[in-house]
Design a protein around this ligand. Sequence first.
Ligand code: OAD
Length: 253
Amino acid sequence: MTLPFSDRFRSVLTSAQRVVAFTGAGISAESGVPTFRGDDGIWKKMRPEELASMNGFMKNPALVWEWYQYRRTIIGKVQPNAGHRALVAMESVFPSMAIITQNVDNLHRRAGSTLVYELHGNIERNYCITCGATYRDVEVHPRSRSPVCSSCGGLIRPDVVWFGEMLPEDQWEAAVRATESADLFFSIGTSAVVYPAASLPLVGKRAGAFLVEINPEPTPLTDSVDEFLQGLAGMILPAVLEVARQVRRENFA
Ligand code: OAD
């Protein structure tokens, strides 16, 4: 695939050292994981206050568990796609490449990315709301309200960030540090509306990064980016990788 990359973007690809890819649900769409806000998006059919909030969990843990086990089943069956794989391969061009993801699906790690900051948690992990003990696999019995902690008997919940909750501090701080030192920042497959994560692209730009957005649709960020690459991440990221390899070969030949 040949894209009309600007000369400035090609030049940044030649010289960039510190590269960040900030990703949202769109990067996993081609794997078959539903996004949140499209016409077919999860939040068009489900109520976030019931399924993704501490209040909702305390009112009806069984419903929340049913929903997360359903999502786990979907995610367990899918594979990383060409977009995830291109980001892994970019580490051979940009060795310190960092992924900052809003996704909980673990697909960046499963693809093989080395440095992944998870701002909204990871659906493969769980923890006890009373003592904090962590669990990977939990069994949800049809008649119980929720899995319970084997050390203290507290309710176990998925290790994902729900509405009204703080982001995991270590992941957020590391993500901000990577963003502030980036010279090239990609915003990929996100509607860029959920804060504080959505603030990162402009934090990067203000700190001097060249800002690239990859999305089939314009977003509230689009007017502020240096390069808008309109299309599917699974098509565009392999093309970016190819051009990055090519311009660096030419430059260092
Ligand atoms: P959204 O569902 O809000 O946005 C997905 C974006 O991906 C949209 O802008 C689509 O146009 C774009 N898109 C769709 N298919 C694509 C593809 N193949 N390639 C590239 N882009 C594509 O998802 P997020 O922005 O990730 O939070 O949503 C942010 C947060 O809202 C989520 O992390 C979740 C949700 O509520 C929590 O659960 C805390």
